[in-house]
Design a protein around this ligand. Structure first.
Ligand SMILES: Cc1cc2nc3c(=O)[nH]c(=O)nc-3n(C[C@H](O)[C@H](O)[C@H](O)COP(=O)(O)OP(=O)(O)OC[C@H]3O[C@@H](n4cnc5c(N)ncnc54)[C@H](O)[C@@H]3O)c2cc1C
Length: 473
């Protein structure tokens, strides 16, 4: 049976990109229908898992829910994407945006597309900061935090202007005394009652973009719980926001000519992680109920990586703690290293074999370049100096390089570019080349090698897409 719906705009996916575009369009009065492949896990729709399990005591539960229940291989496949062993996503309302940690580093000039004027990003960064409730001092406060921050500043030394060591900007605010991490509910509904201009439909797997030549006419989806039920939404504007794996799959499954860049140029940050017991002079300042914190050493020219010192809410060192050392006496250190963006790193879509969503089964070719490996080595050297300046480097300190995909920041499969020359899928507004009304708005459009957590930049870009749809640019 086919159910037919009419809307001004139809969006595939309900995560960060979808809610940024959808919320802006609905606020402007357009009638928006959102088709999400996964179920509605929490209420209100799209809310963050940390807002459901909100006490400090719940932290380990949050980790179990995220890693044990919510992150899956793309389309719920039983096996990982070949060569990208840790590439996982969340198929539920809110996508990975319901699981993220809220870190929102502002991109360096070198992390933005070289072919775009940096000033073009400023109004979008300002709007995203406001809509996401970004707190520039959200990284932490208190005696221990200030001492640790000062120690890291001394370790890192002089930095280019604006790229000094500082608290990590965090997209969170206090609501009724509780920390609320920004998620899809904030961007879709904006603290107002759910507007009647927006309809989010869970359990609708988008399988195809409907089109007639150079225009998309809507989306066709199948009901996840009853595969004989088909939903067709016909709309003037179509936005694909299924994430870096989901969006190119939908385009590859459709009669859409997206060009040779589709699925290519995939990238993330090589991720190095370690944990140290903080030195005694820092440790003695720690309270039993020391709040979580996050210190940011930004990407900058000459050092294309980002360090972060934090008490990561999801990891526990349990058995590995030295006698007398508590969890709060330790700090996680993460280093995200930018990697080369090359066409050889790519998804390959199988035209015959289908995944559990009925979309093309995907494999990948993915490897570091030699330059990547040299850069990772340089970043590891800095990681070691930070670790040994703030922590006790007793035997057993073990940094690790995460498996591919482990950053949770996969990008690039529908990259944007300045012209339709076969190296990009969408233009600066996220509009698919050759189509008047078909857009992509998620991490898949990010085209420049970068080391900063990408969601803030991507939400900013999605607001630019909304402006284009609204005819504001
Ligand atoms: C544990 C964790 C911590 C993180 N911390 C941070 C952080 O601190 N800072 C940061 O910047 N980023 C962080 N991230 C990454 C952040 O969550 C992503 O950058 C962001 O959510 C990506 O947005 P998106 O729109 O591309 O994809 P998503 O938010 O994942 O949304 C994609 C949606 O599309 C849906 N979909 C896919 N295919 C289909 C289909 N065929 N039909 C219908 N719907 C479909 C999916 O089910 C999903 O809901 C973290 C991620 C995780 C998992």
């Amino acid at each position: 049976m086919t159910k037919t719906i009419y809307a001004d705009v139809v969006i595939a996916g309900s995560g960060a990109g979808a809610s940024a575009v959808g919320g802006e369009l609905a606020a402007a009065g357009l009638n928006v229908v959102v088709l999400e492949a996964g179920p509605q896990r929490f209420s209100p729709l799209g809310t963050h898992v940390r807002n459901v399990y909100s006490s400090e005591a719940d932290l380990s539960v949050v980790g179990d829910v995220i890693y044990g229940e919510m992150l899956t291989y793309p389309s719920g496949e039983a096996e990982p994407v070949s060569q990208i062993r840790d590439l996982r996503v969340s198929h539920a309302t809110g996508g990975m945006f319901a699981l993220w940690m809220g870190n929102c580093p502002r991109p360096d000039r070198g992390e933005l597309p070289a072919w775009m004027d940096a000033a073009d990003w400023e109004p979008y960064f300002a709007r995203a900061s406001s809509l996401m409730h970004i707190d520039l001092n959200g990284g932490g406060q208190g005696a221990m935090f200030e001492t640790l921050l000062d120690r890291v500043k001394r370790t890192i030394g002089a930095r280019p202007q604006g790229r000094d060591v500082k608290p990590m900007p965090v997209a969170a605010r206090r609501v009724d005394g509780r920390l609320k991490i920004c998620a899809s509910d904030d961007l879709f509904f904006r603290d107002a009652p759910v507007p009647d201009t927006i309809t989010v439909m869970p359990d609708c797997i988008v399988q195809e973009v409907l089109s007639d030549g150079h225009r998309a006419t809507g989306l066709r989806a199948v009901d996840r719980t009853n595969r004989s039920e088909i939903i067709e939404v016909h709309a003037d504007m179509v936005v694909i926001a299924g994430g870096t794996v989901g969006s190119p799959k939908i385009l590859a499954a459709s009669a859409i000519e997206a060009g040779p860049a589709l699925g290519r140029y995939i990238h993330e940050h090589a991720c190095i992680g370690s944990r140290v017991t903080l030195k005694e002079e820092i440790r003695h300042l720690i309270r039993d109920d020391e709040p979580v914190y996050s210190i940011w050493v930004p990407f900058c020219e000459g050092k294309p990586w980002q360090n972060q010192l934090c008490r990561f809410t999801l990891s526990s060192d349990g058995g590995r703690l030295a006698p007398g050392i508590r969890e709060v006496d330790t700090s996680d250190i993460f280093t995200f290293v930018a990697i080369d963006v090359v066409p050889e790193n790519r998804f390959v879509f199988d035209p015959v074999r289908k995944d559990p969503f009925g979309l093309p089964h995907v494999t990948a070719r993915y490897a570091f370049t030699r330059a990547d490996r040299v850069r990772i080595g340089q970043a590891l050297a800095e990681h070691f100096v930070i670790a040994s300046d703030v922590g006790e480097m007793e035997p057993g300190w073990t940094p690790s390089l995460y498996a591919a995909g482990g950053s949770t920041h996969f990008m690039g499969s529908c990259r944007m570019g300045p012209e339709n020359d076969g190296t990009s899928v969408v233009d600066r507004y996220g509009k698919v080349w050759g189509y008047d009304n078909l857009f992509v708005a998620d991490n898949s459009v990010i085209e420049t090698s970068n080391a900063g957590n990408p969601t803030f930049m991507m939400v900013s870009q999605a607001l630019r897409t909304a402006d284009r749809i609204l005819g504001r640019v």
